[in-house]
Every structure is written in C-alpha cells, then in structure tokens.
Design a protein around this ligand. Sequence first.
Ligand SMILES: CC(C)(COP(=O)(O)OP(=O)(O)OC[C@H]1O[C@@H](n2cnc3c(N)ncnc32)[C@H](O)[C@@H]1OP(=O)(O)O)[C@@H](O)C(=O)NCCC(=O)NCCS
Length: 163
Amino acid sequence: MDSSSPAALEIEEMKSYDLPAIASLHAVCFEDAWHAKLLGRILTAPGAFGLFTRPHGKTVGFVICRSTGEEGEILSLAVAPGVRRSGLGGLLLDTAKVQAAKFNIATLFLEVAEDNLAARRLYEKSDFSTVGRRPHYYRRRYGPAVDALTLRCSLTSVTTMDS
Ligand SMILES: CC(C)(COP(=O)(O)OP(=O)(O)OC[C@H]1O[C@@H](n2cnc3c(N)ncnc32)[C@H](O)[C@@H]1OP(=O)(O)O)[C@@H](O)C(=O)NCCC(=O)NCCS
C-alpha cells in the first residue's frame, strides 16, 4: 500500500470474478486455504456478503460474512502480510459492521483462535467480547490444537449511512 490512508481506500463488494484473487490472499493468510469454488459457494448462500480492497489492482484485504435472521457471523477476515498494522483490518471490520447493520443484523459473532493475539486485539478494539470457547477447535499442522474463542458484538449502536 502507498502512503494513502486506509480510510481513503475503496472497499468493494466481492463478485464471482474477484474470487481467484481473494482465494490467493486467503492461502497466504491461513493454513487452511479456501479455494475460489468454496468461496463462491459461501458467497452465494442467502445472507452472505464479502468485501475487499485492491489498491492499484492488488487485492490486499477482505472480510466475509453471513447472516441468519438478526444474527450475523464473520467467517473470515485477512490483510496481506506486507500491509498489516496500517488500519486496514479495522477498516474492513468497521465496513462489515455497517453493511451488516444495513441488513438488519443486530449481533455479529465470530470465532478466533486463542493464540491469535493480533486478531483478538483488533476485535477487542472493535467492541467484540468473549462469550464462549470451543476446546481444541483449530487443528494445527505443527503443534497441538488450539481453542476457539467465540466473540460477540452488538450492532445496535452502529450507524448506517441511511440512518
Ligand atoms: C488480524 C489482521 C486481520 C489484522 O489486520 P491489520 O490490518 O494488521 O489490523 P489493523 O492495522 O487495523 O490493527 C488494528 C489493531 O489491532 C491490533 N493489532 C493488529 N495487529 C496486531 C499485532 N500483530 N499485535 C498486536 N496487536 C495487533 C492493534 O491493537 C491494532 O491497533 P494499533 O495498530 O493502533 O495498535 C491481520 O493480522 C491478519 O490478516 N492476520 C492473519 C489472518 C487472521 O488471523 N485473521 C483473523 C482470523 S479470526
């Protein structure tokens, strides 16, 4: 990313032709890579949406959500290693919260590995709090399985552009 602030970046909705680039970034960011076909299946489910940014044509961050009724879930969020810690993860998360609120989602949930301190700190700053734990949920290629923490965030105070 250049010197432009994350706030100036355009956040786009994912379309099917964006999925190969999203899948490539997902593979860089996670042990368990989601290929483009799987992403397509997730995004065509009712209530699902994906947002991403590609300054200068390079996809550097994305977030994928789905909802059932008034509850939503963040399924995946990632920022390319070279541009982390510049506010992009926070921007994607905030934008997803606004989009979810527009869809009348009142509460967002997500799961995060207990040892993923960067993500946990990001979610904490964005008003998520821990409401549950799944023991040994994330199996690791190297090392013991890690617990998943279930996090929750109320969207009742999130302001949408329409309100
Ligand atoms: C988690 C992730 C999305 C954060 O993206 P990011 O663009 O670096 O996040 P931001 O720059 O918006 O950081 C916002 C805040 O999160 C916290 N944070 C982010 N990275 C951190 C790190 N490595 N260590 C400690 N805190 C961190 C900080 O509080 C930070 O605010 P600050 O920079 O003002 O201190 C990114 O590290 C990532 O893609 N990780 C791999 C994939 C992943 O784990 N996704 C989440 C799965 S649940």
